[in-house]
Each structure stands twice: as structure tokens, then as C-alpha cells.
Write a protein that binds this ligand. Sequence first.
Ligand SMILES: NC(=O)C1=CN([C@@H]2O[C@H](COP(=O)(O)OP(=O)(O)OC[C@H]3O[C@@H](n4cnc5c(N)ncnc54)[C@H](OP(=O)(O)O)[C@@H]3O)[C@@H](O)[C@H]2O)[C@@H](O)CC1
Ligand SMILES: Nc1ncnc2c1ncn2[C@@H]1O[C@H](COP(=O)(O)OP(=O)(O)O)[C@@H](O)[C@H]1O
Ligand SMILES: [K+]
Length: 492
Amino acid sequence: MIYIGDNKTTGEIDSYSINTLNIPGIVLMENAARNFTGTIDTNLDNFLIVCGKGNNGGDGYAVARQLVSLNKRVSVFSCETSDMSRDCQINYDICRNLGIPMENDISALEELIISHDVVIDAVFGTGLDKPLAAPYDKIINNINQYGKYIISVDIPSGINGSTGETAGIAVKADRTVSFVTYKQGFLNYSAAEFLGKIKVVNIGLPEHVIKKFSNTVLMDKKYISSLLIPRLKYSHKGNFGHTLIIAGSPEFTGAAVISANAAVKTGSGLVTLAVFHECLNMLSSCSPEVMTADLSDKNRLLDLLKKVNSIAFGPGLGNNPRTLELLKFVLENSDAPMVIDADGINVLAEEPALLEKLKNRCILTPHLGEFSRISGLSIEEISKDRIKAAKDFSKKYSVILLLKGYNTIITNECDVYVNTTGNSSMANGGMGDTLTGITASLISQKYTIFASGKIGSFLHGYIGEKLSKRSFAITAEDIIRNIPFYQKKLFL
Ligand SMILES: NC(=O)C1=CN([C@@H]2O[C@H](COP(=O)(O)OP(=O)(O)OC[C@H]3O[C@@H](n4cnc5c(N)ncnc54)[C@H](OP(=O)(O)O)[C@@H]3O)[C@@H](O)[C@H]2O)[C@@H](O)CC1
Ligand SMILES: Nc1ncnc2c1ncn2[C@@H]1O[C@H](COP(=O)(O)OP(=O)(O)O)[C@@H](O)[C@H]1O
Ligand SMILES: [K+]
């Protein structure tokens, strides 16, 4: 599993490794450099390594030596040769002793970049702590300028590892090879254009050490597979729960159909779709397995509310007083776990006191706009640190929060899981309604609410990604049709 950490986490892991485990810093640096070098395509040659004076630069000098030992052509540019960190100085000296070509005259940098094929950026990592001034602005500009293949060590220089903000200017990497943790700042959408393809490598520390300092992880296939509740030989539909979907309005019947069909395909034993009377005759595109109910028949609704195992509330209901009244009715008459999405979230934003009734039994699945409405934070404020915004909200109301979008965040107020599956081929109407149906269906099948959010978002994005290899845009229907196949693949 890949853990996420900010600059403080890196510092804590570093000092624990050095001071408590007694691993010398230079050994960590050597491991970092070796594992970094191991990620480089063996066909590449003719490297220029641009080194700062801190430990990021130290990594760069150590990488230079590793590459030379692989018979690669290597030159080094030293941004500063005085006041280096201790381990940086050691590796600098070794490079000198080995006779690796080294330059520190800034006027020679452009020529050097032009005459090399690959630039390794080892100027700043987690220690960047102020805006960039001369000569660093020029150095970074030069690195970016000539269309060379750029690999950044730990963090593209100029990006703040904690916030993802730039120090005025930053290296635009093709690849970033980061040490120990995926840096929290990488999740800030504004950092995306600088990062290139990200890879996280270890520096010889076992997972239990990293875990001490981070409870934020990037979910992978193996982790999701580990959450599977196996189906027993003698199980029957009663074991896989009854999902009630409360959704749709005359303008948005599709949202209701999508959620219900997704719940069926995800494996809920039974699925009932409850809609307003005027929508009933528009449900012909529902899967035949979906049962229907009329929301104006209060007795039927009461009966369902008492017996179902999960309720999905919101898609396409409309942001209006009728939806708010309906939500109140549901909350007064059912204790079932709930997935609240779309207009369910919008009406909650009008009356946040209702969240009290959802304590410990609800997952909210807003996109950024909906989250802004319900949290009262602007989209800019949320975007600066989505993890913090999501965690704070989850803690305040004791709900699971699933903040949708590129790198979806799922948190139960202390642990945070980030879902990296999915891509912009999925950015079209109805995609969120699909996730709502999948998540509610999993809850009915006895997955915890938290696990349902994690599996749901991973599966949903995983299908989108796989299908997008062959199709440009992926629709909700495409996802739904493929749920059983990819669910089986994940849970093999
Ligand atoms: N456990 C781990 O994860 C391991 C981490 N390792 C590596 O260590 C890296 C962190 O090293 P680090 O702490 O020495 O900081 P780093 O990024 O080199 O920068 C600090 C230097 O830059 C300078 N400086 C800062 N801002 C500046 C500015 N705007 N403009 C100008 N100067 C500026 C600052 O100068 P100062 O302000 O102190 O004068 C200082 O000299 C980490 O990213 C990873 O690559 C590995 O070796 C293995 C173990
Ligand atoms: N660029 C993207 N990368 C990853 N996932 C995406 C991307 N764009 C959209 N998605 C996913 O698609 C879904 C869209 O949800 P939402 O905005 O609520 O759609 P709708 O309201 O139309 O149903 C979310 O699960 C989101 O994570
Ligand atoms: K760097």
C-alpha cells in the first residue's frame, strides 16, 4: 500500500529512522538513490543531474554515481557548492573523486541542458521553504525550456510537498520518483501539470514504520480485494440485502434508473426504486429486476423504510422543499444506513441540523460543488487541501465523506483513503448516480459503510479506466453493464 504524507511526515519518518532505528542518514540516501536509479528506463542515456545543496541535491549526486556505475554518460550541475548538507557534501565529494564532469557556472547551464538528453531534477525536495529567487528561478526556467525528458527526485523542484503550491515557478517533470510517501501536495489539482507520471519508491523502511506516521493511503487492487466478503455456497437473496433507492423527478428519471440498475448489477439481493407518482410510467428503462414503489403511498414507503438494509437518497430528486420534506420523513422513520448524494446533499445544506440524525449511519458522496454548498467552504478553500476539508466535515458530523472527482477522497474522520482509479472519460452526467447505486448495494451486502465507499469508488473508476482504453467517453450505462465482470476480476 502507498501511504500519503506531507513534508512534516517525511521529517518524522526521517528522524525516527535515524534517531530511533539508528539507520544513518547516508544509508537512507543511498537506498533512495539506488531505488530511484532502478526506476529509470535502461535505454536512456546522457544525463544531466542538476543538484541543490540540501539532501535532495545529495540524492542527485548519489544517483550520478549510480548511473556512472551503470556505464551511463553523466554530467552534474551544482547550483551551490558551499553550505551543503552533510550527506550532500559527502556525495558531492565522491562525484569529484570519481572525476564525473561537474559544472557550477550558471552561464554554462543552458548549453549543458541542450547537450544532454535527460535532465534529473535534484534541486529541492521536501525542504523547499521559501519563494524562489535568483539564481533558482533561472535554473528552473532553463530546465523546463528545452523539451528534455525530465525526471524529478522526490518532488518537482518548486512544488511544496505539503500543499502542492508552487514557489513562483516549478520544474515540469515527465516523471516524479518520490521517496517513502506519495506527497500530500500531489493531490492538489494545481500541482498536476508539474508532476508527470508519479512513482513512489521505498528507502528500505518496512511498512509498519511508515504506518506509524501516516493514516492516509492510496488504495490499490490488493487492498480492495482484501475487503471482500466471500459468498457462501448456501447463500440466498436474503443474505445480500434489500436496497431502496429514493430518486428521480420528471426532469431526471434517468438518475433514478441509473442508480437502481447499478445497485442490481452490483449484487444487492433486492432493489426497490421509489419515485414520485408522476415518474412511475417513465421507468421502462429500468432493469426488470428492479421493483418500484410510489412515494405518495406513505404506507408502502413506511413498510419499505422499516425493512430495507440500505437507502440511497438524492439522485435527480430536485433541490426543492418537497425533497427536504421527504428526507425528513425518511430520517424519522428509518434507522437504515444511507448513501446521500446530489439533491439529498443540496437539501441537507439548507438544514444541516438534519445531519445529527445521520450520525454514524451515513455516507455523503458530494462532488466539489455539492461539498462547497454543504460545508460552507468555497471551492478554492476546499481545493487547497481536500483531505483536511473532508476530514473536518466527517469529524464534525460523524459521517463518512466521499469527496468525488479526480483522486476521490473517502474518510471516516481519522483514516483517509484516496482512490486513484477513474479518469476524465467518465466526466459526464449520471456517473455519480452510478456510484450511489453501487455503494448502497454494497452496504446491503453487509459491507461496512466505509468499506462500501472505498470498494464502490475503486470499482467504479476501475471499470471506467479499463473501458476507456478502447472508448473515448464512457457512460453510466457502459459502467453498469460491466460491473459484474470487473467486480469478479477485483474479487478473484
Ligand atoms: N526520509 C526521507 O524521506 C529521505 C529524504 N531524502 C531526501 O532529502 C530531501 C529533503 O532534504 P532537505 O531537508 O535537506 O531539503 P531539500 O529539499 O534538499 O532543500 C533544502 C535546501 O534547499 C534550500 N532552500 C529551500 N528553499 C529554498 C529557496 N526557495 N531558495 C533557495 N534555497 C532554498 C535550503 O537552504 P536554507 O534555506 O536552509 O539555507 C536547503 O539547503 C527529500 O526531498 C529527499 O530528496 C533522501 O535523502 C532519503 C531520506
Ligand atoms: N477526471 C476524472 N477522474 C476520475 N474520476 C472522475 C473524473 N471525472 C469524473 N469522475 C468520476 O465520475 C463521477 C461523477 O460524479 P458526479 O459529478 O456526481 O456526476 P453526476 O452528478 O452527473 O452523476 C464521480 O465518481 C467522479 O469521481
Ligand atoms: K526535486
